[in-house]
Write a protein that binds this ligand. Structure first.
Ligand code: RFL
Ligand code: PHB
Length: 402
């Protein structure tokens, strides 16, 4: 098999890149190790930046998103029994975010791809990327019991945090910067209308809690738990009691409870692989970087990486120039490190340390108070949460030097 761009992975990054390439006339093949039902039902992200929504619309995946997506004008911060609204449009010149589940994005993109797109092979596991620094890289993969090869001009690894693409960087050609956090998230889906209109990020007395949602009838909530937590140790009543305690405020708000339909524990990590390109192998999304979910950035970063790649391949196709591809790693990493910093700061500000240090707790409260008391501090949070520009703007770069 041969193609111009071989894409490994049919998560949001691989699927969106395939659509962007298809629209500009660049041919590609997508290899996905799992089956269609698995990728369409993997519970993950829900919060989309404006730029992510625009990119999905541009590639024809906006129809259901525009009907079912919930536009949010801010978030609520809770601590010490108080509630504070952060007004995104007012602080950012009109920007909003949208709740639309990653499962639904993947379903929409898979449907488009299977209808008119270039080949998308499920059950096709990439085994290795070979000759990444030649003009003809090859993906070796297993499909329907046979080993096959995909000969490419370029390979893009969109194969997530545990994929094979990163392993094709020779020793010494890359470096990973990593940070582990001493806590995880227990996430639930519940058949109950959300008890809020916008997301609530709470620094409760015993740790972090997040109230999110999937639709007007389905809630998504998370609790900070110790690393190594077994979800079996958290019966439904215990989860609801702990969520209610951490989300409690002075006044008459209450958390509605309902049947829990899914429960899982996710460890929290930050890591970035530099560079994001070796020869003709490029990395995008979770294959190149992982952030803790506190800043809602993982999916959005995956989308911004492939938007840059879409432009770069379009330019190559139109003019023969590799200039944007040559700049890809440097440009993408600027945004990646900003999102990594934001996710780290949000995580550190809102979670309890396992051996709570009273001084650290006071620091967290001081940061939260600053955000709720100072318009410029709140504007900084809002700008990062709703999404920094795809490519740094002149005054953005000047600001980021300070
Ligand atoms: P994915 O989604 O992991 O897709 C990678 C795909 O590659 C396939 N694959 C292979 N295919 C062929 N051959 C191989 N050898 C392969 N190895 C792997 C896999 O099967 C898979 O289909 O990566 P992608 O596309 O980069 O997308 C990244 C996002 O999925 C991720 O960053 C977000 O889900 C993170 N995230 C959030 N991001 C946000 O922007 N907003 C949020 O609100 C948000 N909430 C979350 C999150 C992640 C969470 N978890 C579970 C980690 C909440 C949670 C709880
Ligand atoms: C979600 O809805 O799953 C979600 C929202 C915001 C986050 C993390 C997860 O920060």
């Amino acid at each position: 098999m041969r193609t111009t761009v071989g894409i490994i992975g049919a998560g949001p990054a691989g699927l969106l890149l395939a659509r962007l390439l298809h629209r500009t006339g660049v041919d590609c093949v997508v290899l996905e190790s799992r089956d269609r039902a698995y990728v369409e039902h993997r519970q993950r992200a829900g919060m989309l930046e404006q730029g992510t929504v625009d990119a999905l619309r541009e590639c024809g995946a906006g129809e259901r998103l525009d009907v079912e997506g919930l536009v949010h004008h801010g978030i609520e911060l809770r601590f010490e029994g108080e509630r504070h609204h952060i007004d995104f449009p007012g602080l950012t010149g009109g920007r909003t975010v949208t709740i639309y589940a990653q499962t639904e994005i993947v379903k929409d993109l898979v449907a488009l791809q299977l209808a008119d797109g270039p080949p998308l092979l499920f059950g096709a596991e990439a085994l290795a990327v070979e000759k990444p620094d030649s003009a003809a890289p090859v993906v070796r993969f297993a499909h329907e019991g046979r080993e096959r090869t995909l000969n490419c001009d370029w390979v893009v690894g969109c194969d997530g945090g545990h994929g094979v693409a990163r392993a094709a960087f020779p020793a010494g050609a890359g470096r990973t910067y990593a940070h582990d956090y001493p806590y995880s998230w227990l996430g639930i889906l519940a058949d109950v209308p959300p008890s809020c209109d916008e997301l609530i990020y709470a620094r409760g007395a015993t740790g972090f809690a997040l109230h999110s949602m999937r639709s007007p009838r389905v809630s998504r909530l998370y609790l900070q738990v110790p690393n190594g937590t077994d979800p079996g140790d958290w019966p439904d009543e215990r989860i609801w009691d702990e969520l209610a305690a951490r989300l409690a405020v002075d006044g008459d708000w209450r958390l509605e409870r309902g049947p829990i339909t899914a429960k899982s524990v996710t460890p929290m990590r930050s890591w970035v692989h530099e560079p994001m390109r070796h020869g003709r192998l490029l990395l995008a999304g979770d294959a190149a970087h992982i952030v803790p979910p506190t800043g809602a950035k993982g999916l959005n970063l995956a989308v911004s990486d492939v938007r840059l790649l879409g432009r770069a391949f379009a330019e190559l196709h139109r003019t023969g120039s590799t200039e944007l591809l040559d700049r890809y790693s440097r440009t993408a990493l600027e945004r990646v490190w900003q999102a990594t910093r934001f996710s780290y700061d949000m995580t550190k500000m809102l979670h309890a340390q396992p051996n709570e240090d009273a001084f650290e707790h006071r620091m967290q409260l001081a940061r939260l108070r600053r955000i709720t008391a100072s318009r410029s501090a709140a504007a900084e949070l809002a700008a990062n949460y709703t999404g920094l520009p795809l490519v740094p703007q002149p005054q953005e770069s000047a600001e980021s030097r300070w």
